[in-house]
Design a binder for this molecule. Structure first.
Ligand SMILES: C[S@@+](CC[C@H](N)C(=O)[O-])C[C@H]1O[C@@H](n2cnc3c(N)ncnc32)[C@H](O)[C@@H]1O
Length: 263
């Protein structure tokens, strides 16, 4: 049984902080560069989360355009709506990737970062995406493959056990490896695939690595017993990272994969 991450107020706050670190600011710049949003376009952000990307996109489509952020989590919607409040051509709606409440061919582009890995019924969600895009419209999906992680530890076996529990926080921790084929099956042409790394070759307190380390500790501590892992081991794993950081031996690298496709 999987007990996925809950996107409540606490998660929204920690995600917002993590997504303001230079690593994720850089990711957003890459995403915008690959999506090429233009003034006047109608863009949908599936799984809008804290609304940081949606805010940048709304500014780029401008008053002649439209930005819609969709999310099922009330805490995320609240945060995104606050962020977008000054732009009347941007709105956030409650909804699910598996059932998009928009007319056929509503959008010039759809973007979704770190969302489809949480969606269990992927074929249905991608066919919905295809339906709401205009012919020739483009989609950008970015997700993490947790198998790509290179994370130094004094106890490699313990690191493996902790990350095995963390894999349960989403529906598919290895989505990128099959996403291109899934997009093609849904009728898209995949035009570009790029790696977006989250790299901390040394300890940086304000970084994606430091933020995700705290999230992993929280999730794994709450779910460890089902996997036969003691809470003390989770804390020992976390403390080990801090000691490595103090000694100048911290190293973290993880890949996200951005797919651009057209309808
Ligand atoms: C890791 S956050 C990413 C947020 C945002 N896309 C970003 O990159 O800043 C995942 C988001 O996906 C949303 N989400 C989870 N399951 C979803 C689903 N089935 N349909 C749409 N959004 C979903 C969550 O509520 C959360 O806001």
């Amino acid at each position: 049984m999987s007990s996925m991450l809950e996107f409540d107020e606490a998660a929204a706050r920690s995600m917002e902080a993590m997504y303001m670190t230079p690593d994720v600011v850089g990711q957003r710049a890459r995403v915008i560069d690959m999506l090429c949003p233009r003034p006047g376009e109608h863009i949908l952000d599936v799984g809008v989360g804290p609304g940081l990307l949606a805010h940048d996109l709304a500014r780029m489509v401008g008053e002649a355009g439209r930005l819609v952020g969709l999310d099922p989590a009330p805490a995320m919607l609240k945060m995104a709506r606050t962020r977008l409040a000054a732009m009347p051509y941007a709105e956030c709606v409650e909804g699910d990737a598996g059932n998009l409440a928009f007319a056929d061919a509503s959008f010039h582009a759809v973007v979704s970062t770190q969302v489809y890995e949480y969606v269990a019924a992927l074929p249905k969600a991608l066919s919905e995406l295809h339906r709401v895009l205009k012919p020739g419209g483009r989609v950008l999906i970015l997700d993490t493959d947790w198998r790509s992680i290179v994370w130094h530890s004094s106890d490699a076996k313990r690191m493996e056990r902790v990350l095995a529990v963390w894999d349960d926080h989403l529906s598919n921790p290895h989505l990128p490896a099959t996403l291109g084929a899934a997009l093609r099956r849904a009728g898209f042409s995949v035009t570009r695939v790029e790696i977006v790394p989250m790299l901390s070759p040394h300890w940086q307190p304000v970084s994606y690595a430091a933020g995700i380390m705290r999230s992993i500790r929280g999730f794994v501590a709450a779910n460890c017993e089902r996997h036969g892992l003691a809470a003390e081991e989770v804390q020992a794993w976390y403390d080990d990272q801090l000691r490595l950081a103090e000694r100048g031996e911290f190293f973290f690298s993880l890949n996200r994969y951005a797919f651009v496709a057209t309808r």
